[in-house]
Design a protein around this ligand. Structure first.
Ligand code: HXC
Length: 510
């Protein structure tokens, strides 16, 4: 008996070696951790239950029958993050470059299926050369099986992808189907095909970083929601993100103990908005002053920074936060900002996370480039996303809410439940100058008349009261009381139920 147990331990130990000492050292030399080291950091101590440690590939092409490594390039199983169950798979680059064989795919599918069955989040740690070249179409089939499962699980359980090494082909399409993608700066890359193929096909010479590094995907392509400096930080921040997320689409946001009084007033907010309406201020100051303990997890920080998206908590419960950022392009809505916020709002709605919107928006960005780039369709995505929400929506207009952007940014008319405005709010079709030049064009050369008309317009429309008189805002509130007001509104809305007509699925303007 003892011998049998020892044999098991030996086999386990062999599997834990992955691709062997030399390859593990090479992995470390590149500044990367191994698959098992990563899982250890992601999960609570001693909580990892591994599956399929002894699975090997079944290929006999190109001498592969002589090269079998237990685990076959991916470590899979489940464990806990701060006591909450999650499933995980981590590509092991030390084994055939983490490439995907038929057996490797079966391991990933097993945890995907189980995560869906028990309705728990799944995290994929990617570090992989893509399809196992020696397995040909069996590998392609293996990817497609994974893609299908990504899609079936979309909107049911949170799916998070961490890109922690070079990832090509199937190992970028699967993450692209998940909810969040994070990268590690300088060691992770994402591309459909790498620099060598690019050179052959298009004659372009690019580095891995230029083609698919974190700097590209967090800014230009907007493929990645964020990036961290190293593996350890990426894994710890993923734990932090998981703490904000529900386990599935039925559970509702998790509740954590909250030491921050829900009725905490912040008098500094009364002077946050500058007297000059064209002077910017940092909307993140407002966000961090109203959420629990100033803890705000920002998504897509580097892309379309004219809108801010992320998670915070009110009284221990997660809320999605969307806010125009006056510091960047005056907080205008353009195509990128609209798409960014639309995707975020849809995630929140799918997972029953209430959305709090802070508004200071001068309108949609005019111009040929924006119109040619499809601003109408991209703006419509955000309008669609908010209009479709059945989760509680609370809106606070801090300053400008002009034109179509007023409607889009979670106005009462498209379904927001509680709409507040600060006394500094200006809710109108447009700013004073543009308005006066259009409706009093005949007086344009008479400076005194124009000044009078401008003052009249400002007096009548550049305030929250025209909207408040119609009930479009429920109350004009003191800025210092924003946390209390929002938290109470969310508590009141907790049991909100909205019935929608039956449908197969909607037709979001893609
Ligand atoms: C089998 C692979 C492999 C692969 C790497 N390896 N990629 N084995 N299939 N796809 C093996 C190498 O032979 C090597 O084995 C080890 O992994 C490490 O690879 P290196 O090349 O030495 O590492 P590095 O220099 O760091 O380069 C990493 C890399 C490169 C950039 C990922 O290996 C690479 O370009 N690989 C191919 C990428 C690719 O084009 N894949 C196919 C994508 S198409 P030893 O034994 O020496 O350690 C695809 C189709 C699915 O995925 C599409 C679905 C839509």
């Amino acid at each position: 008996m003892r011998e049998t147990l020892e044999k098991l331990e030996q086999r386990r130990e062999a599997a834990r070696q992955g691709g062997g000492q030399r390859r593990v050292e090479a992995q470390h030399a590149k500044g990367k951790l191994t698959a098992r080291e990563r899982i250890e950091l992601l999960l609570d101590e001693n909580s990892f239950e591994e599956f399929d440690m002894f699975v090997e590939h079944r290929s006999s092409e190109f001498g592969m029958e002589a090269q079998k490594i237990p685990g076959d390039g991916v470590v899979t199983g489940w464990g806990t993050v701060n006591g909450r169950k999650i499933f995980v798979f981590a590509k092991d680059f030390t084994v055939f470059g983490g490439s995907l064989s038929e057996a490797h795919s079966e391991k990933v599918r097993k945890v995907q299926d189980m995560a869906l069955r028990v309705r728990a989040p799944i995290v994929g740690l990617y570090d992989s050369g893509g399809a196992r070249i020696q397995e040909g179409v069996a590998s392609l089939a293996g990817y497609a099986e994974i893609f299908k499962r990504n899609v079936v699980a979309s909107g049911v359980i949170p799916q998070i992808s961490l890109i922690m090494g070079p990832c090509a082909g199937g190992d970028v399409y699967s993450p692209a189907l998940t909810d969040f993608i994070f990268m590690v700066r300088d060691t992770s890359y994402m591309y459909v095909t790498g620099p060598d193929v690019v050179k052959t096909v298009t004659n372009e010479i690019v580095s891995h970083e230029e083609l698919g590094g974190a700097s590209v995907h967090t800014t230009k392509s907007s493929i990645s929601d964020g990036a961290w400096d190293n593996d350890v930080e990426a894994l710890l921040q993923t734990r932090r993100l998981i703490d904000f997320l529900p386990a599935n689409n039925r559970e509702g946001p998790p509740e954590w103990p909250c030491a921050d009084p829900v009725d905490r007033l912040d008098m500094s907010l009364d002077t946050l908005v500058p007297d000059n309406p064209n002077t910017p201020y940092d909307i993140k100051e407002l966000i961090s002053k109203v959420v629990d303990e100033g803890d705000f997890f920002e998504m897509f920080e580097k892309h379309a920074a004219n809108i801010v998206t992320g998670f915070g908590r009110f009284n221990g419960r997660t809320a999605g936060i969307v806010a125009n950022q006056p510091m960047v392009l005056a907080g205008v809505l353009d195509s990128d900002a609209s798409r960014k916020a639309a995707r975020f709002v849809r995630f929140c709605d799918a997972f029953e996370i209430p959305v709090v919107t802070f508004v200071d928006v001068p309108g949609f960005l005019p111009g040929v480039a924006q119109e040619y780039g499809g601003l109408i369709k991209h703006g419509a995505k955000l309008l669609f996303a908010y209009s479709q929400c059945t989760v509680p929506l609370v809106t606070v207009i801090a300053r400008k809410a002009f034109g179509g952007a007023y409607d889009v940014m979670a106005s009462k008319h498209i379904g927001a439940d509680v709409n507040y405005a600060w006394p500094t709010a200006q809710i109108a079709v447009m700013g004073a100058k543009g308005a006066v030049e259009i409706i009093f064009r005949a007086d344009i050369k008479d400076a005194a008349k124009i000044a009078g008309r401008t003052a009249e317009y400002e007096q009548r429309f550049l305030s929250p009261f025209a909207a408040a008189e119609r009930g479009y805002v429920d109350e004009v509130i003191m800025p210092h009381s924003t946390r209390r007001r929002v938290a109470r509104a969310l508590a009141m809305l907790r049991d909100k139920r909205v019935e929608r007509p039956e449908l197969k699925h909607d037709n979001l303007p893609l």
